[in-house]
Ligand binder design. Structure first.
Ligand code: ZN
Length: 369
């Protein structure tokens, strides 16, 4: 941090009059309209800040005592910012001496798409209707009627700025503001394109073909660079974002790249074992249920889950077994079960540790989902 006295080139006991004089001299030399270099702008900031501090008796005293005295970027900065603003013409216009570009980057656009869980397993393709600004075909973004051109603004002579000299305490200060005749563009359009009313773009509905990768999830946004809105004056396109929602499936739910489901197995099948064929999201899978399978056992079918968004190995299909106990028995069936019970001498109900197996977790996920 440069010393404020050094910045202004005055001694530490300089009088207020000497400080003001030094500042005026430097401000004229470094003023952005006179001296547009970045280096000069930086020095101009420092000089103005030093003057802000040293021209205020209280702040100067604090600075002399080693206090921050409105360190750069601190207290004194706000007032300085305002001064700086007036030199650069305030908002709306371009930088001093340079007209504003008619072409601006277009906005990003967002569309939403709803997918089925099956679409996510391998990825899918969609043609999506998008309503955005597109390039005006009549004028190709020039904003002018075909055969005509923009003309140099006769108020600002093409600079986009009008300058005004204001007398102030610091001497004559030149302020620049965007030219109101041309809104700072430096040119005016005598014959605006009739199709787009001189905007260079029109609204249109178009179809965008999109390949949606496998493994996407609800809330994910896919970015399609350069597929968004054409900017004012036919400016470069923004990006298009596609926000994905994946509908919940009545059987399968998703756990990362794995798919989860429950397989209900009747009591005799659980006891004796069986084979079955289930419909996965991508065709059928043959499953073998071993004799004596328990509720909570998980059958894992490798690589029949979701293809991951990044990576190549598919997740698994995990099927949790739930044994279904018969609830209605006729007399004959009841007699058979009683005979079975008497024969096996099965122990009565036994207290055991709470079941925290995989299936319990699976079931909790289903409830949460
Ligand atoms: Zn046009």
């Amino acid at each position: 941090m440069a010393d404020h006295y050094d910045v202004l080139g005055v001694s530490r006991d300089a009088s207020p009059e000497e400080i003001k004089k030094a500042y005026r001299r430097l401000a004229r030399e470094l003023h952005p309209d006179v001296n547009p270099g970045a280096d000069a702008q930086e020095r101009f900031k420092l000089v103005t800040h030093a003057y802000d501090v040293l021209s205020d008796p209280d702040q100067r005293q604090r600075y002399d005592l080693g206090g921050d005295g409105g360190a750069f970027g601190g207290g004194g900065f706000g007032g300085f910012g305002d001064i700086f603003e007036t030199f650069f013409g305030g908002g709306g216009g371009g930088r001093a001496g340079r007209p504003r570009d008619r072409r601006e980057r277009g906005q990003d656009a967002l569309v939403r798409v709803t997918l089925q869980l099956g679409d996510v397993v391998f990825g899918t393709h969609r043609d999506i209707e998008v309503d955005t600004a597109v390039l005006c075909e009549t004028c190709q973004g020039s904003c002018c009627q075909p055969g005509t051109q923009p003309v140099t603004c006769d108020v600002c002579h093409g600079s986009g700025q009008v300058q005004r000299t204001v007398r102030s305490l610091l001497g004559n200060v030149v302020t620049a503001a965007p030219c109101t005749a041309c809104q700072g563009y430096g040119t005016t359009i005598p014959y605006p394109c009739a199709t787009c009313q001189g905007q260079g773009r029109v609204r249109a509905r178009r179809t965008v073909s999109i390949d949606i990768p496998a493994g996407v999830e609800t809330g994910l946004r896919l970015q399609l660079p350069g597929s968004g809105e054409v900017g004012p004056g036919g400016g470069p396109k923004g990006d298009l974002y596609l926000e994905v929602t994946v509908e919940s499936h009545e059987v399968f739910s998703r756990d990362g790249d794995d798919l989860l489901a429950t397989l209900e197995v009747s009591m005799p099948d659980a006891v004796l074992g069986t084979t079955t064929t289930i419909d996965a999201l991508d065709g059928t899978v043959d499953l073998e249920v071993r004799p004596g399978v328990q509720s909570g056992d998980v059958l894992t079918i490798k690589e029949r889950g979701v293809t991951p968004l990044r990576g190549t190995r598919r997740g698994d299909l995990r099927v949790g077994v739930q044994v279904v106990t018969p609830t209605r028995l006729d007399a004959k069936e009841r007699a058979l079960i009683e005979e079975f019970a008497a024969r096996t001498k099965a122990p009565g109900p036994q207290l055991a540790q709470f079941h925290q197996g995989l299936f319990a977790k699976l079931r909790d996920r289903f409830r949460a989902g």
